[in-house]
Ligand binder design. Structure first.
Ligand code: ADP
Ligand code: MG
Ligand code: MG
Length: 893
């Protein structure tokens, strides 16, 4: 075979587009090398080599030779050999997968040092202290990450060395101290790892490379990949990079920098620098760093060069970059760059700034922001000018700003909130028993657990603010108190504030301000105005890009004029789901009760007759609010018992009345009806189209109300565009019967009013059978609206009301899915049904209109899916409309 696999690339051979093969770090090191930036020479072992190793348990045969060849070349170039006793070449071995991943092996610096070469390094640098410091770091990192020794043992030994010497920072340890520490570290290795620290430099390097390969499959890495849906077979690359030293004295140092402020997006000099330091010292907080701008005074040459490089990188990557660099005796070296993380607000600002700079176009700008970021910007937030007392920080599990009295159990949360108090439920962690308390609370704070803990999952599902895993807080639920760092005690009833977007926890009440982005969507703040927020300007422009680009239309789920008007302000192009059940509550409940209890046709017709004008009025208002835009009205869907009193409450009332020998006739009848209507599985029972088929006159009353309302709007010179939607259809026969009756009613109204109505009739597709027979159903439907909530329930056999609080946490933790299928459409299962039903429907009826009205309509990832399968619109709650618009635009790029 003439095609020989190539497992090793010199930094001069790669480029930034080879992330699959070289990992993110390796690809960008190559890119910087080729840009002519000062990168210490080195090479990258490919992910392919890692895959072979993981599959076979052995390094590919060719790898050793290739590594040797590249190492030879590196040595020739550097004029010294790895670990050469009198003049050693040292390297770092750095992991680097395509995606950066917790659980992957940490970098090992200073490989090549040994009892002999440490002397050589000292002589070469003319600095004993430096050489022994480098050696102790090698043994420490190698011991911990390659040999698996508990890192704290080394930390403790370092601490005792400092204490013995009565110094506080590591730079105050002298060569002799560090030499002793090396001896101590070697002993730790020997005892803990059962072997000597390897003195052969090539063995050090090979062991480190293997350890990087193996770290791909640590439990932590595997779990992370399952949750983030990163394929398990990508493998990691390994970078071998010649060492440069920031720990060679005050004219050396190491730092990190951003080409723009990752918080605001502003261009400028952002970063930290630490003199006489190596590797991660700068982020580890062992000594105080200085702001990057001070490097200008410390070493003007290197500083100027760094600024020039930062500009080169920004123009080249056309984005904010973050950077790691080291200065060795006045010489600047670049050790890493990548497109940097940023806050949500900065993402929008940077995207528009880059468009203005001519670096990217509108389409690219849309790729630089996400719907999740926009959603984050729409939550109310704490006033940034307020004086606050921060007492802890946990994981930002569910965004929002919540203020309330601390309570430590669910019972108190419910009790206090019933009496009008705002409470924050504070727990070590939550479990299903806390559900009532979570519902009652403004927000949830836990001291244990991560993003997939019970508290986090349930809070996100409820849209409730949550900070979890705030480990510095000592929660004592028995004594109903928590102790914060510094010893202050928060007692039950003390007010606290939690920020679910940053994870921060504050004492006392922090004032909350509305999001400027929402003020803008509401029309209370205008882009282009003198005092307009920079962020608002950016959001305004990005939304315009998205609207120009998208094919999907965005409608709202709304059932009253007020929501409809807000939805319109937020950019809704119609109503995709108007639920009519809310129109049956409140003071109409009595009429509905009478309808349900009716013994005779006359009784039933009488209550329907009284409901008709009320329903009609609802629709007139709605059609007026949405004038000129489609309004899909869903006929009554929920099981009837939802309109009747609670069975227990009613039984008690009846029993009491009987005890008083004063039985109330109507309540007795109600109770009988409740018993009659009781179902084991109401969600699979008498609801949706089934109601329309067994309760004479119910659906036709609703259709008449819609038709009459439309006629009235037309007579008032309005432009009503009503669409009638039949829920829970499983077979075309159901739809045909309802449709026939509806057509008759519409014809009657047209005849009576003399107005041509052109109402369309369609159905929800929310049962597997409907999806499977969509081709037949389309014969009787002018549109489909996928009800992905019920479809998810019925396809998975999950009860949405129960599973999220019971076993979903376990499922998420085990990585069975990365996110609840009620949050993001399950592409492979539910999604494939949606896709095939859409196709079958369109085969029957090419102009069939297709939409979706489940919660998924406003979920970013799901919106992309609906775009891909060719739906016409998504419908979501008014608040999520901007997110859906943005994601629909992004999906179309
Ligand atoms: P991470 O992925 O955690 O950032 P890195 O591989 O970037 O790990 O390395 C950890 C630290 O060591 C960083 O500060 C990096 O700049 C530094 N470093 C890595 N390789 C070298 C080298 N060859 N010379 C000097 N410092 C290095
Ligand atoms: Mg690291
Ligand atoms: Mg790094």
């Amino acid at each position: 075979d003439s095609h020989v696999a190539k497992f090793v690339y010199d930094f001069t051979e790669g480029n930034k587009d080879l992330k699959d093969l070289l990992g993110g770090k390796g690809a960008n090191l190559a890119e910087m090398t080729n840009l002519g930036l000062p990168v210490p020479p080195g090479f990258t072992i490919t992910t392919e080599a890692c895959k072979v190793y993981l599959d076979s348990g052995e390094e590919p045969v060719a790898l050793r030779d290739e590594v040797s060849a590249h190492l030879d070349a590196l040595e020739a170039r550097m004029g010294k050999k790895l670990g050469q006793p009198d003049n050693p070449l040292l390297v770092s071995v750095r992991s680097g997968a395509k995606f950066s991943m917790p659980g992957m092996m940490d970098t090992v610096l200073n490989i090549g040092l040994s009892d002999k070469s440490v002397q050589g390094l000292a002589a070469q640098a003319g600095d004993d202290r430096f050489a022994w410091d480098s050696y102790r770091r090698l043994i420490q990192m190698f011991g911990k990450t390659v040999l698996g020794v508990d890192g704290e043992l080394f930390e403790d030994a370092l601490e005792s060395a400092k204490t013995a010497k009565k110094v506080t920072v590591d730079t105050e340890l002298e060569a002799a101290d560090l030499k002793k520490l090396v001896t101590r570290f070697k002993k730790i290795v020997k005892t803990e790892a059962g072997r000597d620290f390897p003195q052969d430099p090539r063995e050090q390097m090979d062991l480190a490379i293997k350890a990087v390969f193996e770290s791909w499959n640590t439990d932590r890495a595997k779990l992370y990949r399952r949750q983030e849906r990163i394929p398990g077979d990508l493998g990691t690359a390994v970078n071998v990079c010649s060492m440069v030293f920031g720990n060679l004295g005050p004219d050396s140092g190491t730092g990190v920098a951003f080409t723009r402020d990752p918080a605001s997006g502003h261009q400028g000099v952002y970063g930290d620098y630490l003199q006489n330091a190596q590797g991660e010292d700068v982020v580890a907080g062992i000594r105080n760093t200085v702001p990057l701008a001070e490097l200008g005074q410390i070493d003007k040459n290197s500083y100027d060069q760094l600024l020039a490089i930062m500009e080169t990188l920004e123009n080249h990557y056309k984005d904010l970059c973050d950077i790691e660099f080291t200065i060795e005796r006045g010489q600047l070296w670049m050790l890493q760059t990548r497109v940097g993380k940023r806050t949500a607000g900065a993402a929008f600002r940077i995207a528009t700034q880059l468009v203005d700079q001519g670096l990217i176009d509108e389409t690219e700008a849309l790729q630089r922001v996400t719907g999740a970021q926009l959603a984050q910007l729409m939550f109310p937030r704490f006033d940034e000018h307020a004086k606050v007392e921060k007492v802890g920080r946990g994981i930002a599990a569910s965004p929002g700003a919540a203020v309330g009295k601390a309570v430590f159990d669910s019972y108190t949360a419910v009790k206090w909130s019933r009496s009008g108090e705002k409470v924050i439920l504070v727990r070590r962690e939550t479990n299903p028993d806390d559900l009532d308390g979570m519902i009652a609370a403004e927000g949830i704070l836990t001291s244990r657990g991560g993003k997939t803990s019970h508290a986090a999952v349930v809070a996100r599902g409820m849209g409730k603010t949550c900070v979890c895993g705030a480990e510095e807080l000592e929660v004592d639920t028995k004594r109903r108190r928590m102790t914060v760092p510094g010893g202050h005690v928060v007692e039950e009833g003390d007010v606290i504030s939690i920020d679910g977007s940053s994870g921060k926890v504050y004492l006392g009440e922090v004032p909350v301000v509305p999001s400027p982005v929402v003020e803008y969507f509401e029309g209370r703040m205008h882009a282009g105005a003198d005092d307009a927020d920079e962020l608002v300007e950016a959001v305004h422009r990005i939304m315009a890009f998205a609207d120009r680009k998208r094919r999907l239309r965005v409608r709202a789920n709304a059932d009253n004029a007020e929501d409809a008007l807000r939805a319109r302000r937020f950019g809704a192009q119609g109503i995709g789901l108007c639920r009519t059940e809310h129109m049956f509550l409140g003071d109409r409940r009595e009429l509905v009760e009478r309808l349900i209890l009716a013994d005779t046709d006359e009784e039933r017709e009488e209550s329907l007759k009284q409901l008709l004008p009320l329903q009609k009025k609802d629709f007139v208002e709605l059609f007026e609010a949405m004038d000129g835009l489609p309004v899909t009205v869903r006929l009554l869907d929920p099981p009837l018992h939802e309109f009747l009193p609670d069975i227990t409450e009613l039984s008690v009332r009846v029993a009491l009345a009987e005890a008083r020998k004063d039985p109330h006739e109507n309540e007795l009848r109600l109770l009988q009806a409740v018993h009659r209507l009781h179902e084991q599985n109401p969600m699979l029972g008498l609801r949706g189209v089934r109601l329309g088929l067994v309760i004479p006159g119910l659906f036709t009353m609703q259709v008449r109300a819609i038709a009459e309302a439309a006629a009235e709007r037309k007579n008032a010179k309005g432009d009503p565009r009503a669409e009638i939607m039949i829920p829970l259809v499983g077979t075309v026969q159901e739809l045909e019967i309802v449709r026939e009756e509806a057509d008759e009613v519409i014809a009657e109204v047209e005849a009576a009013t003399g107005v041509a109505l052109k109402l369309s009739i369609g159905t929800m597709i929310e049962l597997p059978r409907a999806a499977l027979t969509a081709g037949q159903i389309a014969e009787a439907a002018e549109f489909f609206s996928f009800g992905t909530n019920d479809l998810t329930q019925t396809v998975w056999g999950f009860s949405r009301d129960d599973v999220e609080a019971s076993f979903f946490t376990a499922y998420l933790e085990k990585g069975i899915f990365g996110v609840s299928p009620f949050e993001t459409i399950d592409r492979d299962g539910v999604g494939s049904l949606v896709k095939s039903a859409a196709e079958a429907g369109r085969r029957t009826r090419p102009d069939l209109k297709l939409g979706v009205c489940g919660e998924h309509g406003g979920d970013p990832e799901s919106v992309h899916f609906f775009h891909e399968v060719g739906l016409d619109y998504v419908s979501c709650s008014p608040f999520r409309i901007p997110v859906a618009r943005l994601e629909a635009g992004r999906a179309a790029t």
